[in-house]
Design a binder for this molecule. Structure first.
Ligand code: FPP
Length: 247
């Protein structure tokens, strides 16, 4: 790989991230700054999602994974949790046609067990409707936590070992991830978090082992196509070595 200084923006388009994961943070603060309730910020945040999804094919991003609701988010007030769940239901109903005609394949990761039955049905329908689409792979993490995912995966793996379907010596870095929610996805190349917090908050813990991170101050409802494109381009001019040495 050439030195960083040898790259141009044109090169970056060819070596940009294939899979970008985003922690969409800052909706609450965005609303508070405007003297509005937190749900106003979540609604504004939901409106940003379409533009970011639609930017992906233009900049070579094939997979986009977004963190919509974490296993820790249940600790928020009952009003906020109920408001978010209702927003997810309404958002799926409202966006289904646009997302499908755009050619996005939608998947959900996370533990569905605690979710409302109506929401689960909408998630299932959207996954089925879009299952042959290939323009961009949109994965929505809903009731998702990285540790919870690893624990659920390990439980299933242990069941397979107990049933004699898998030998303990066959549990490797290659077989374990086949039990994760993300088993059909490549690992993320770039993880972006908005709103100035430099934490990963239990997002894609296993999968992001070699990802690049970008923490930006922009609050999610203000995150634009332009900023997204610029972050993906600067990813392309960085030098990733995966723990090896520079060639
Ligand atoms: C973080 O902001 C955001 C969330 C917990 C929810 C993310 C949800 C959306 C963007 C809504 C739409 C998503 C979909 C897929 C329809 P925060 O409340 O933690 O903000 P704060 O840190 O400023 O309080």
């Amino acid at each position: 790989m050439p030195n960083r200084k040898d790259h141009t923006i044109a090169d970056a388009e060819h070596i940009g991230p294939r899979h970008v994961a985003i922690i969409m943070d800052g909706n609450g603060r965005w609303a508070t700054q405007r003297g509005r309730p937190r749900l106003f910020g979540h609604r504004a945040g939901a409106k940003r999602v379409r533009e970011i999804v639609e930017t992906c094919p233009d900049i070579g991003v094939e997979y986009l994974t977004i963190f919509a609701f974490s296993t820790e988010n249940w600790k928020r007030t009952q009003v906020e949790v109920a408001g978010l769940m209702s927003l997810f239901r309404r958002y799926i109903i409202k966006e289904t046609r646009a997302v499908h005609s755009f050619g996005a394949r939608v998947r959900f990761i996370g533990d569905r067990v605690q979710l409302d039955k109506k929401l689960i049905a909408l998630m299932d329908e959207l996954e089925t409707l879009t299952e042959n689409n290939t323009r961009v792979h949109l994965t929505v993490a809903l009731n998702y936590g990285g540790r919870d995912e690893v624990a659920r995966a390990t439980r299933r793996l242990a069941e397979d070992v107990a049933a004699g379907k898998l030998r303990p010596q066959d549990v490797t870095e290659e077989t374990l991830p086949t039990y994760l929610d993300t088993c059909v996805l490549p690992d993320p190349d770039l993880v972006i978090r908005t709103s100035g917090e430099a934490r990963i908050s239990n997002f894609l813990l296993w999968q992001s082992a070699y990802a690049e991170y970008e923490f930006v101050d922009t609050l999610w409802p203000d995150f634009s196509r332009k900023e997204f494109t610029s972050l993906c381009r600067s990813y392309g001019i960085r030098d990733r070595r995966y723990g090896g040495v520079k060639r």
